[in-house]
Design a protein around this ligand. Structure first.
Ligand SMILES: *Cc1c(COP(=O)(O)O)cnc(C)c1O
Length: 346
């Protein structure tokens, strides 16, 4: 049985070109700065994002944590969106490891109201923690891959600058954002002091994320990576894939976006789901079951038995993610399976 995996773009397998590159990668000890392939990837990432320097990190979660550690001091407060990945899905590491208090603000499609951010910035007062950082997320995972508009990012950057604060962008899917905006990724990255992005999602690398920023920020970040146990040795075997991600896997993301729109439309037309195809900007589709008695967790199991893997986020809430390992043809098959499971079980 062929498996069609729509749970996440993290499930993408390396391309055949990546396997070849891994087998012949020139390597060295990256903790000594001796791995030429890692060095090449870091230079390439910095150049593509329009920043001074970059750091290869084992995961996006570690990249975000390193950013928080590097921008802040323990006891400070960071402002971030209430459903952001850093606040919801990183095991509380900002609080536990970086020792900062998180100040979540409710957003709409990932956008925290600028006035609310402004109100949340702490004035000097003997009782208050100091605000240390503003974190934003583009694309916004929990809002179904919603894209933060460039004007919005600029407003956040201007506010931060006026209050002498840094902005970290959790850009796990920044290339999806740039693709949807039809702009160079530099124009997205320029509104943040640091950016984390994932090589291991839609860009198909097996492992790894990048953190980019100024040279002095990255120098400190490198030390924090070591502290967290993220200093890798012959990481060039992984970096070789990252180079291919940046050079060969970006242009095809628009296909994933078209496919996600297709999925949203088909699910809506089936009558079993409520989706908003017009709000699907990138590769993530949030879908709510129309039937109130149906249980998404149960239904995912039945779909999995037929080879279609989907994600249930709550009792009535599904998430479908498109990526390079599902073709339009696979999606047509998946829709057929999903409809038949619902026809039989709803
Ligand atoms: C996936 C993701 C991360 C974390 O990346 P991992 O490599 O899975 O640790 C961080 N932020 C967002 C928005 C993500 O979607």
């Amino acid at each position: 049985m062929t498996i069609i995996d729509l749970r996440s773009d993290t499930v993408t397998k390396p391309t055949s070109e990546m396997y070849v590159a891994m087998a012949s990668a020139e390597v060295g000890d990256d903790v000594y700065g001796d791995d030429p392939t890692v060095n090449k990837l870091e230079a390439l990432a910095a150049e593509k994002l329009g920043k001074e320097a970059a750091l290869f990190v084992p995961s996006g979660t570690m990249g975000n944590l390193i950013a928080v550690l590097t921008h802040t001091k323990p006891g400070q407060e960071i402002i971030l969106e209430e459903s952001s990945h850093i606040f919801q899905f990183e095991v509380g590491s900002a609080a536990r490891v970086a020792g900062v208090q998180t100040r979540p603000i409710i957003g709409s499609r990932g956008q925290m109201d600028i006035e609310r951010i402004e109100k949340a910035i702490r004035p000097e007062n003997i009782h208050f923690p100091e605000t240390g950082l503003i974190a934003i997320e583009n694309t916004h995972n929990m809002s179904g891959g919603a894209v933060l508009p460039l004007e919005y990012m600029q407003q956040v950057a201007e506010l931060a600058k006026s209050r002498n604060l840094s902005v970290h962008l959790d850009g796990a899917r920044i290339f999806n954002a740039a693709t949807a905006l039809g702009t160079d990724v530099k124009n997205v990255a320029k509104h943040a002091d640091s950016v984390m992005f994932c090589l291991s999602k839609g860009l198909a690398s097996p492992v790894g994320s990048m953190l980019v920023g100024t040279q002095s920020f990255i120098n400190q970040a490198r030390k924090h990576r070591k502290m967290l146990g993220g200093g890798l040795r012959q990481a060039g075997v992984l970096a070789a894939c990252g180079i291919i991600s940046l050079e060969a896997m970006v242009d095809r993301l628009k296909e994933d976006h078209e496919n996600a729109k297709y999925v949203a439309k088909e699910l809506l037309e089936s009558g079993f789901f409520i989706t908003e195809p017009e709000t699907v900007e990138t590769n993530i589709v949030n879908a709510v079951l129309s039937c109130e008695r149906c249980n998404a967790f149960e239904l995912t199991k039945l779909m999995a038995e037929q080879g279609v893997l989907t994600g249930a986020r709550s009792k009535r809430h599904f998430r479908f993610v498109t990526h390079k390992d599902v073709t339009k043809d696979d999606l047509e098959k998946a829709i057929t399976v999903i409809k038949s499971v619902l026809t039989k079980n709803c």
